[in-house]
Design a protein around this ligand. Structure first.
Ligand SMILES: Cc1ncc(COP(=O)(O)O)c(C=O)c1O
Length: 385
């Protein structure tokens, strides 16, 4: 039995009451509460358009569809990510070109992206987009990604699954920017263990109306705008299908959770930040560990708290370390085995671990410790002990 699980969502009475209200009103699928959640999400993260969907994976898929990704095109994707980021590229029979990470924050290494892009161009590939992932909730080299994209005419689709909210600035003299500022489309996750949750859910956000319109239409079978209204007094029975779309809409039941989670997003963020700082304080003198570091000019969402084991200073390995923590009732996770080390990517694209050496060397050392808003300080002390 785990006495301290890896994650537990923080669901308040307001979330519960809103779900009950939705159930009593009887409009269960996409409707007024989803629209409210979209509006308030746009305000919170300063986006112009937000399209609510049933996962970040759906949001990433719709993004690539909206930019017109075609079979045979290529997209730069970090190897240090969850499989969703690359699998959506494969949905189009396009090529996810995997890029190494940098050691300080495990985010995409822009210099490696440039090398991979040049090599792809030599092979005659058409590289159309880059999908930076903000590892664990810390924004990576936004300026570098923006410059690379400008130079090579790439669309930036941010995988901001961990980042509601996160912030960055180019230097100390420049203003703070909200996550999503440097992407053409930014995708958020509301999966059960994310910074705010709707159980399952996601949001695709953009400043471009053409992208937003296309994603909205394709999120609901490719049928004409605001199809959900056709069952309301203001709607009509008539609709047209303009493309073979998907069934990716968010339900009002899920949006009921989202509306209140969003109102609590700053409070939840502060709690996670305080706990991360406590971990840092309690573990700072453990010579066998490398702790996560907030990079200059970044405000971390602290979705994940990932330590690295200095294996050369230890007589144990990561797997045994995790077992020992489990025996002590402490849940952990690993984010992630790099994509290029998974059988599918190895076999399909012929990757060897050493092809992306930084990610491959970090992988055996990382463990994600419990970090969730209602985790108590005494739990953190116990874990550190
Ligand atoms: C970086 C990253 N991208 C995408 C996803 C997919 O999110 P969802 O489960 O909402 O589809 C996840 C989920 O864990 C993730 O960690």
């Amino acid at each position: 039995m785990l006495t301290i699980p890896f994650y537990k969502p923080s669901i308040g009475e307001d979330e519960i009451a809103e779900v009950v209200d939705t159930l009593r009103k009887g409009w269960l699928t996409t409707g007024p509460k989803t629209k409210q959640f979209e509006r308030e999400f746009s305000q919170y993260l300063k986006h112009t358009h937000s399209v609510a969907v049933n996962s970040a994976t759906a949001a990433l898929h719709l993004s690539l569809e909206a930019i017109g990704l075609k079979a045979g095109d290529a997209v730069l994707v970090p190897t240090m990510t969850f499989t969703a980021t690359a699998e959506v590229v494969r949905y189009f029979n396009a090529h996810p070109i995997l890029v190494d990470c940098r050691p300080e924050d495990f985010n995409l290494d822009v210099a490696d992206a440039e090398r991979k892009l040049q090599a792809a161009k030599k092979r005659g590939e058409n590289v159309v987009a880059i999908m930076p992932v903000h590892y664990g909730g810390q924004i990576g080299d936004a300026a570098g990604v923006t410059e690379l994209a400008r130079k090579h005419n790439l669309i930036i689709i941010e995988d901001a699954a961990h980042c509601c909210p996160a912030f960055y600035r180019d230097n100390e003299a420049s203003p703070w920017q909200t996550v999503g500022t440097s992407g053409h489309i930014s995708c958020y996750s509301f999966y059960a263990n994310k910074t705010i949750t709707t159980g399952e859910g996601g949001m695709a956000c953009t400043e471009r109306e053409d992208f937003a319109d296309r994603m909205r239409i394709m999120s609901l079978h490719g049928i004409s705008r605001d199809a959900w209204k056709r069952f309301t007094a203001e709607g009509s029975w008539y609709y047209e299908v303009i493309a073979p779309g998907f069934k990716y809409n968010l339900t009002d039941i899920a949006a009921s959770l989202g509306i209140h989670q969003l109102r609590r997003a700053d409070e939840l963020h502060q709690k996670r930040t305080r706990l991360a700082e406590l971990y840092n304080e309690l573990l700072k003198d453990v010579a066998e560990l490398v702790l996560p570091r907030v990079q200059p000019n970044r405000i971390h969402s602290w979705h994940l708290y990932v330590i690295r084991l200095k294996l050369d200073k230890l007589t144990t390995n990561r797997a045994d370390f995790i077992v020992k923590l489990k025996e002590a009732g402490i849940g952990t996770s690993v984010h992630w085995m790099p994509l290029h080390m998974h059988p599918y990517y190895r076999e399909k694209f012929g990757y060897q671990p050493a092809d992306l050496p930084c990610a491959a060397s970090i992988y055996p050392e990382i463990i994600s410790l419990p970090l969730w808003p209602d985790l108590s300080e005494s739990d953190v002390r116990h874990i550190c002990g």
